[in-house]
Design a protein around this ligand. Sequence first.
Ligand code: CA
Length: 301
Amino acid sequence: MIKPKSPVFAITALVAVISCSLSAPALAESPQNREFKLAGKVVEYSVWHKMVMPGQVLPISLRKGQSANVDGDTVTDGWTAPKAAGTHYLTVTGRGGKVVSKVTLFVLEPSSNIDDRGYLGTYRIGQYPKDTPRGFIKLNKEDGNIAVSPSFKVGQFLCKQQPKVWPKYVLVSEPNLDRLETLLNDLNAKGLTDAKTLFVMSGYRTPFYNYAIGSAKMSRHMYGDAADVYIDTKPRDGVMDDINGDGAVTKADANFLYDHAQTLFGIANVNKGGLGSYKANAVHGPFVHVDGRGRPARWGR
Ligand SMILES: [Ca+2]
Protein backbone atom coordinates (compact mmCIF):
# COMPACT_ATOMS: atom_id res chain seq x y z
CA MET A 1 0.00 0.00 0.00
CA ILE A 2 1.32 3.43 -0.91
CA LYS A 3 1.25 5.89 1.93
CA PRO A 4 -0.74 8.93 0.81
CA LYS A 5 0.76 12.40 0.89
CA SER A 6 -2.45 13.78 2.41
CA PRO A 7 -2.35 14.85 6.07
CA VAL A 8 -3.42 11.76 7.97
CA PHE A 9 -4.34 13.59 11.13
CA ALA A 10 -7.09 15.47 9.31
CA ILE A 11 -8.48 12.16 8.06
CA THR A 12 -8.24 10.68 11.54
CA ALA A 13 -10.15 13.62 13.02
CA LEU A 14 -12.90 13.18 10.42
CA VAL A 15 -13.11 9.45 11.13
CA ALA A 16 -13.32 10.18 14.86
CA VAL A 17 -16.22 12.62 14.35
CA ILE A 18 -18.13 10.12 12.20
CA SER A 19 -17.49 7.32 14.68
CA CYS A 20 -18.74 9.39 17.62
CA SER A 21 -21.91 10.42 15.84
CA LEU A 22 -22.67 6.75 15.18
CA SER A 23 -21.82 5.79 18.76
CA ALA A 24 -19.43 3.27 17.30
CA PRO A 25 -17.33 1.05 19.55
CA ALA A 26 -13.59 1.70 19.89
CA LEU A 27 -11.96 2.39 16.57
CA ALA A 28 -10.16 -0.43 14.87
CA GLU A 29 -6.41 0.08 14.87
CA SER A 30 -6.14 1.35 11.32
CA PRO A 31 -2.83 2.96 10.31
CA GLN A 32 -4.45 6.37 10.83
CA ASN A 33 -5.44 5.96 14.45
CA ARG A 34 -2.51 3.91 15.68
CA GLU A 35 -0.10 6.74 14.98
CA PHE A 36 1.76 8.38 17.82
CA LYS A 37 4.85 10.56 17.95
CA LEU A 38 8.38 9.87 19.09
CA ALA A 39 10.67 12.90 19.29
CA GLY A 40 7.98 14.85 17.43
CA LYS A 41 7.83 12.42 14.50
CA VAL A 42 4.84 10.23 13.68
CA VAL A 43 5.56 6.51 13.89
CA GLU A 44 3.58 4.92 11.07
CA TYR A 45 4.71 1.33 11.49
CA SER A 46 3.65 -1.48 13.80
CA VAL A 47 7.34 -2.23 14.30
CA TRP A 48 9.99 0.46 14.27
CA HIS A 49 13.19 1.59 15.95
CA LYS A 50 14.75 4.74 17.35
CA MET A 51 18.36 5.60 18.09
CA VAL A 52 18.97 7.75 21.19
CA MET A 53 22.04 8.99 22.97
CA PRO A 54 22.79 7.94 26.58
CA GLY A 55 20.87 10.16 29.00
CA GLN A 56 18.82 11.71 26.19
CA VAL A 57 15.13 12.33 26.84
CA LEU A 58 12.95 10.84 24.11
CA PRO A 59 9.64 12.75 23.98
CA ILE A 60 6.63 10.45 23.51
CA SER A 61 3.29 11.87 22.40
CA LEU A 62 0.45 9.38 22.65
CA ARG A 63 -3.05 9.55 21.25
CA LYS A 64 -6.01 9.57 23.61
CA GLY A 65 -6.63 6.02 24.79
CA GLN A 66 -3.07 4.88 24.16
CA SER A 67 -0.60 3.86 26.82
CA ALA A 68 3.07 2.96 26.64
CA ASN A 69 5.80 1.14 28.50
CA VAL A 70 9.53 0.66 28.11
CA ASP A 71 10.75 -2.75 29.25
CA GLY A 72 7.48 -3.06 31.20
CA ASP A 73 7.70 0.29 33.03
CA THR A 74 4.91 2.75 32.20
CA VAL A 75 5.96 5.92 30.40
CA THR A 76 3.68 8.88 29.79
CA ASP A 77 5.27 11.76 27.92
CA GLY A 78 8.89 10.76 27.62
CA TRP A 79 11.63 8.26 28.33
CA THR A 80 15.10 9.05 29.62
CA ALA A 81 17.70 6.78 28.08
CA PRO A 82 20.08 5.11 30.53
CA LYS A 83 23.77 5.99 30.56
CA ALA A 84 24.94 2.69 29.07
CA ALA A 85 24.65 1.64 25.42
CA GLY A 86 22.07 -1.10 25.02
CA THR A 87 18.71 -2.14 23.63
CA HIS A 88 15.30 -1.38 25.16
CA TYR A 89 11.76 -1.95 24.00
CA LEU A 90 8.89 0.54 23.81
CA THR A 91 5.41 -0.95 23.49
CA VAL A 92 2.45 1.29 22.67
CA THR A 93 -1.00 -0.11 23.25
CA GLY A 94 -4.35 1.28 22.17
CA ARG A 95 -7.88 0.93 23.48
CA GLY A 96 -8.56 -2.50 24.87
CA GLY A 97 -4.87 -3.10 25.43
CA LYS A 98 -4.20 -4.02 21.83
CA VAL A 99 -0.56 -3.53 20.86
CA VAL A 100 -0.34 -0.90 18.15
CA SER A 101 3.42 -0.59 17.85
CA LYS A 102 6.65 -2.02 19.17
CA VAL A 103 9.68 0.23 18.91
CA THR A 104 13.21 -0.94 19.56
CA LEU A 105 15.12 1.79 21.38
CA PHE A 106 18.84 1.65 20.74
CA VAL A 107 20.88 3.62 23.26
CA LEU A 108 23.99 4.41 21.25
CA GLU A 109 27.64 3.99 22.09
CA PRO A 110 28.99 7.55 21.75
CA SER A 111 31.47 8.11 18.92
CA SER A 112 33.58 10.06 21.45
CA ASN A 113 34.63 6.61 22.70
CA ILE A 114 36.39 5.82 19.41
CA ASP A 115 40.08 5.64 20.31
CA ASP A 116 42.84 7.36 18.40
CA ARG A 117 43.46 4.21 16.35
CA GLY A 118 39.85 4.40 15.11
CA TYR A 119 38.50 1.51 17.22
CA LEU A 120 35.39 1.20 19.37
CA GLY A 121 36.55 -1.55 21.71
CA THR A 122 37.86 -4.20 19.32
CA TYR A 123 35.74 -3.09 16.36
CA ARG A 124 37.43 -0.94 13.76
CA ILE A 125 35.38 2.11 12.77
CA GLY A 126 38.07 4.19 11.08
CA GLN A 127 37.82 7.90 10.51
CA TYR A 128 34.83 9.79 9.12
CA PRO A 129 35.87 12.34 6.49
CA LYS A 130 33.26 14.64 8.07
CA ASP A 131 29.97 14.54 9.98
CA THR A 132 30.96 11.80 12.41
CA PRO A 133 27.73 10.26 13.79
CA ARG A 134 27.04 10.98 17.47
CA GLY A 135 26.96 7.29 18.28
CA PHE A 136 26.45 3.73 17.09
CA ILE A 137 24.09 0.84 17.82
CA LYS A 138 26.01 -1.71 19.88
CA LEU A 139 25.21 -5.28 18.88
CA ASN A 140 26.15 -8.51 20.56
CA LYS A 141 26.33 -11.76 18.64
CA GLU A 142 22.84 -12.85 19.70
CA ASP A 143 21.21 -9.52 18.75
CA GLY A 144 21.01 -9.92 14.96
CA ASN A 145 17.29 -10.71 14.93
CA ILE A 146 16.22 -7.55 16.74
CA ALA A 147 13.57 -5.90 14.57
CA VAL A 148 14.03 -2.38 13.22
CA SER A 149 10.84 -2.36 11.10
CA PRO A 150 8.11 -4.85 10.11
CA SER A 151 10.29 -6.52 7.47
CA PHE A 152 13.90 -5.89 8.53
CA LYS A 153 16.22 -7.05 11.31
CA VAL A 154 19.17 -5.03 12.52
CA GLY A 155 21.57 -7.87 11.65
CA GLN A 156 20.80 -7.42 7.94
CA PHE A 157 22.63 -4.09 7.99
CA LEU A 158 25.90 -5.15 9.66
CA CYS A 159 29.17 -4.32 7.95
CA LYS A 160 31.07 -7.27 6.46
CA GLN A 161 34.26 -6.91 8.47
CA GLN A 162 35.83 -8.66 11.44
CA PRO A 163 33.32 -11.55 11.35
CA LYS A 164 34.46 -12.97 14.69
CA VAL A 165 34.61 -9.70 16.63
CA TRP A 166 31.77 -8.76 19.01
CA PRO A 167 30.23 -6.45 19.92
CA LYS A 168 29.84 -4.84 16.52
CA TYR A 169 28.51 -1.38 15.79
CA VAL A 170 25.98 -0.36 13.16
CA LEU A 171 23.61 2.43 12.05
CA VAL A 172 20.17 2.08 10.43
CA SER A 173 18.60 5.33 9.20
CA GLU A 174 14.86 5.75 9.57
CA PRO A 175 14.33 7.66 6.28
CA ASN A 176 15.99 4.97 4.20
CA LEU A 177 14.33 2.14 6.10
CA ASP A 178 11.00 3.81 5.29
CA ARG A 179 12.00 3.75 1.60
CA LEU A 180 12.93 0.06 1.76
CA GLU A 181 9.70 -0.88 3.56
CA THR A 182 7.63 1.18 1.11
CA LEU A 183 9.31 -0.51 -1.86
CA LEU A 184 8.95 -4.04 -0.47
CA ASN A 185 5.31 -3.52 0.54
CA ASP A 186 4.41 -2.16 -2.89
CA LEU A 187 6.15 -5.01 -4.74
CA ASN A 188 4.13 -7.43 -2.62
CA ALA A 189 0.90 -5.49 -3.04
CA LYS A 190 1.32 -5.56 -6.83
CA GLY A 191 1.96 -9.31 -6.79
CA LEU A 192 5.49 -8.90 -8.17
CA THR A 193 6.97 -10.92 -5.31
CA ASP A 194 6.00 -12.56 -2.05
CA ALA A 195 9.35 -11.73 -0.43
CA LYS A 196 9.18 -11.13 3.33
CA THR A 197 12.20 -8.85 3.17
CA LEU A 198 14.72 -7.42 0.74
CA PHE A 199 18.09 -9.10 0.76
CA VAL A 200 20.56 -6.49 1.99
CA MET A 201 23.85 -7.17 0.25
CA SER A 202 25.49 -4.16 1.86
CA GLY A 203 23.99 -1.91 4.53
CA TYR A 204 26.11 -0.03 7.05
CA ARG A 205 29.79 0.33 6.24
CA THR A 206 32.39 1.64 8.63
CA PRO A 207 34.60 4.33 7.07
CA PHE A 208 37.44 1.82 7.45
CA TYR A 209 35.58 -0.77 5.34
CA ASN A 210 34.18 1.78 2.90
CA TYR A 211 37.70 3.00 2.16
CA ALA A 212 39.07 -0.56 1.92
CA ILE A 213 36.58 -1.52 -0.83
CA GLY A 214 37.21 1.71 -2.74
CA SER A 215 33.69 3.08 -2.39
CA ALA A 216 32.71 6.75 -2.72
CA LYS A 217 34.44 8.95 -0.14
CA MET A 218 31.16 10.33 1.23
CA SER A 219 29.14 7.13 0.77
CA ARG A 220 25.78 7.18 2.54
CA HIS A 221 26.54 3.62 3.64
CA MET A 222 28.83 5.08 6.34
CA TYR A 223 25.78 6.67 7.94
CA GLY A 224 23.55 3.61 7.76
CA ASP A 225 21.57 5.60 5.21
CA ALA A 226 22.10 3.33 2.17
CA ALA A 227 21.41 -0.28 1.27
CA ASP A 228 22.33 -2.38 -1.77
CA VAL A 229 19.39 -4.73 -2.14
CA TYR A 230 17.74 -7.34 -4.31
CA ILE A 231 14.79 -9.73 -4.19
CA ASP A 232 15.88 -13.28 -3.44
CA THR A 233 13.11 -15.79 -2.79
CA LYS A 234 12.50 -17.81 -5.96
CA PRO A 235 14.89 -19.51 -5.70
CA ARG A 236 16.69 -18.34 -2.56
CA ASP A 237 20.14 -18.69 -4.02
CA GLY A 238 22.02 -15.55 -3.02
CA VAL A 239 21.30 -13.63 -6.20
CA MET A 240 18.46 -11.51 -7.55
CA ASP A 241 15.30 -13.31 -8.69
CA ASP A 242 14.09 -13.13 -12.27
CA ILE A 243 11.75 -10.38 -11.17
CA ASN A 244 10.97 -9.12 -14.69
CA GLY A 245 10.06 -12.65 -15.79
CA ASP A 246 12.22 -12.82 -18.91
CA GLY A 247 13.78 -16.15 -17.98
CA ALA A 248 17.21 -14.82 -17.01
CA VAL A 249 18.81 -12.99 -14.11
CA THR A 250 20.53 -9.95 -15.58
CA LYS A 251 20.92 -6.20 -15.25
CA ALA A 252 17.35 -6.01 -16.63
CA ASP A 253 16.10 -7.29 -13.26
CA ALA A 254 17.98 -4.57 -11.38
CA ASN A 255 16.55 -2.07 -13.88
CA PHE A 256 13.04 -3.43 -13.28
CA LEU A 257 13.43 -2.94 -9.53
CA TYR A 258 14.97 0.50 -10.08
CA ASP A 259 12.15 1.61 -12.40
CA HIS A 260 9.52 0.39 -9.94
CA ALA A 261 11.21 2.23 -7.07
CA GLN A 262 11.65 5.36 -9.17
CA THR A 263 7.94 5.56 -9.98
CA LEU A 264 6.88 4.61 -6.47
CA PHE A 265 9.13 7.08 -4.66
CA GLY A 266 7.72 9.81 -6.91
CA ILE A 267 4.22 9.34 -5.49
CA ALA A 268 4.74 7.81 -2.04
CA ASN A 269 5.22 9.87 1.10
CA VAL A 270 8.87 8.99 1.64
CA ASN A 271 12.07 10.92 2.13
CA LYS A 272 13.90 11.80 -1.09
CA GLY A 273 17.08 9.93 -1.86
CA GLY A 274 19.32 8.04 -4.24
CA LEU A 275 18.70 5.10 -6.57
CA GLY A 276 21.32 3.21 -8.53
CA SER A 277 21.09 0.14 -10.77
CA TYR A 278 24.04 -2.27 -10.94
CA LYS A 279 24.90 -5.21 -13.16
CA ALA A 280 26.45 -8.44 -11.92
CA ASN A 281 30.19 -8.87 -11.61
CA ALA A 282 32.49 -11.68 -10.47
CA VAL A 283 31.47 -11.39 -6.81
CA HIS A 284 27.81 -10.34 -6.85
CA GLY A 285 24.65 -10.46 -8.93
CA PRO A 286 22.59 -7.49 -10.14
CA PHE A 287 21.28 -5.19 -7.40
CA VAL A 288 19.80 -1.79 -6.67
CA HIS A 289 21.26 0.85 -4.36
CA VAL A 290 18.68 2.76 -2.28
CA ASP A 291 19.64 5.66 -0.02
CA GLY A 292 17.87 8.38 1.95
CA ARG A 293 20.19 11.33 1.37
CA GLY A 294 17.29 13.81 1.37
CA ARG A 295 17.54 14.82 -2.30
CA PRO A 296 17.10 12.82 -5.50
CA ALA A 297 20.16 11.18 -7.09
CA ARG A 298 19.99 8.66 -9.95
CA TRP A 299 22.61 6.54 -11.69
CA GLY A 300 23.30 3.28 -13.50
CA ARG A 301 20.13 3.28 -15.58
CA1 CA B 1 15.12 -11.35 -15.54
